[in-house]
Design a protein around this ligand. Structure first.
Ligand code: EPZ
Length: 420
């Protein structure tokens, strides 16, 4: 089992270029199933979840070429024997695999997709996905851990108001409605930038999708799709993670290849905490920030503070002089990093979906356990500021969503190494 070794207290300086977004790439690869034309994706993060999604499509019958150095993927889904099945073996490790349901249903009128099951941060149900697909006319049955979906006459456009905001459900239904007969009006959609990147991709492919209101989308079903080349947007969460690293122990750390207009909430909160930053359109310079102040935040769907940065900002809060608070509104079990941070000397108390963080606390290096993708990176951040050395176990969690993390940090003078 691979581990990461981090030697604390090294000031970070230099430049980090952020990779493409995992959470934009996954639905876009799933959506590519709609088309039999060639698809080229650029600036793809070559992380475990993306490779798993490629393996799932290859299993179905796609021809996929991954260029690991150029970070490009070319996909060709033209195959008479394309399997409209997503087996448990793929979906159990990468829940986003359930997003192929919409495209399989739209293209083949029939799909068998494994229920994803839960993960460390929550039960992760898919009822809202199924609600939306049923509204489009799909007949859905659940049996032996699988979703059996069918739309013999094809999917029919309609009006759908999501009962609650779900990123994955919004993506699944947008993809399915792209080929439905007639017009679909969606309300109460998730509006994360990654979903906008998905609709940009679909429109380039020949779909007809417009965002009419903050959470409203109109989709006119199309018939023909064309060849497309698309650049994946930057990874918002990776950018936020490195900005917080700079806030923790940076001195002139530049985070580039980003769109700061998509990070307004994060930047506002970090400024409130006393983080010194120069904000430009496509990069951020983080300066030495000696006085960190406590804040009270809650995680919300975009444009609110992202749940995927909750574990990371908690580390910064342990440096703040005073008591901070986090209310986790999205997932029911997303404080798994707290016991590990407390073992390093943090003073964090949780009650239900609330965490109270007292600071400033000096953290001490320890051997710790990663439990999920974002918890694991919060342990790396803690290791960067802790005395002595921190060993992070189960690094495979980290490899699901961060590309070349230790290489990027080492380039900025961090002492972080992988132990095999
Ligand atoms: C996406 O997950 C992201 N994953 C998550 O990032 C992210 O944390 C989450 O959105 C919220 O922003 C990808 O994009 C691949 P949801 P998703 O559906 O789509 C409940 C990471 O670290 N819900 O918006 O699964 C659900 O349980 C990952 O990169 C239902 O009840 O999130 C949760 O409480 C972690 N029924 C809430 O809604 C449903 O049918 C939000 O989930 C679907 C969701």
């Amino acid at each position: 089992m691979q581990k990461l070794k981090v030697k604390g207290k090294n000031i970070l300086s230099g430049e980090i270029k952020v990779s493409g977004s995992k959470n934009a790439t996954l639905p876009i690869i799933a959506a590519s199933i709609l088309s039999e034309k060639k698809i080229d994706l650029k600036r793809v993060p070559i992380v475990k979840d993306v490779v798993t999604m490629c393996h799932l499509l290859k299993y179905m019958g796609s021809k996929i070429k991954i260029n690991y150095t150029k970070k490009n993927i070319s996909i060709n889904n033209k195959n008479k024997k394309f399997k409209n099945v997503a087996p448990y073996s793929f979906v159990k490790t990468m829940r986003a695999g359930v997003i192929v349901l919409g495209s399989l249903l739209a293209r083949f009128g029939k799909a068998k997709v494994s229920l994803p099951g839960g993960c460390a941060i929550g039960t992760r149900p898919v009822d809202i996905h199924l609600f939306g697909l049923k509204k489009l006319g799909a007949k859905i049955k659940i049996k032996n851990g699988y979703i059996f979906a069918e739309a013999k006459q094809g999917l029919i456009g309609t009006q759908i108001k999501f009962p609650s905001i779900s990123v994955g459900a919004t993506e699944n239904v947008i993809i399915a409605a792209s080929l439905a007969k007639g017009i679909t009006y969606l309300k109460n959609c998730a509006c994360e930038p990654e979903i906008k990147n998905l609709t940009d991709f679909l429109n380039k492919m020949g779909a007809n999708i417009t965002w009419s209101g903050k959470r409203e989308i109109k989709i006119i079903g199309c018939k023909k799709l064309k060849q497309v080349s698309h650049q994946i947007m930057f990874d918002r969460i990776e950018a936020g993670t490195f900005i917080i690293a700079g806030a923790l122990i940076g001195k002139k750390l530049k985070i580039l290849g980003i769109q700061t207009n998509l990070l307004n909430t994060e930047i506002k909160i970090l400024r409130k905490m006393g983080v010194k930053m120069q904000i430009k359109k496509d990069h951020v310079n983080i300066l030495h920030s000696p006085k960190i102040k406590p804040v009270k935040i809650k995680t919300e769907p975009y444009p609110g503070f992202p749940t995927d940065l909750q574990a990371q900002i908690m580390v910064l809060m342990s440096k703040a002089k005073g008591k901070s608070q986090i209310k986790e509104n999205i997932f029911e079990n997303r404080f798994m990093h707290v016991p590990e941070l407390n073992r390093m000397g943090a003073k964090i108390y949780t009650s239900g979906n609330l965490s109270y963080i007292e600071g400033p606390q000096n953290l001490n290096g320890a051997e710790v356990m990663a439990t999920d993708l974002r918890a694991s990176v919060s342990l790396v951040l803690a290791g960067l500021i802790a005395n002595n050395q921190t060993i992070i176990n189960r690094v495979y969690h980290l490899d699901r969503g961060y590309e070349d993390l230790e290489k990027k940090l080492r380039k900025c003078k961090a002492k972080i190494f992988r132990i095999f």
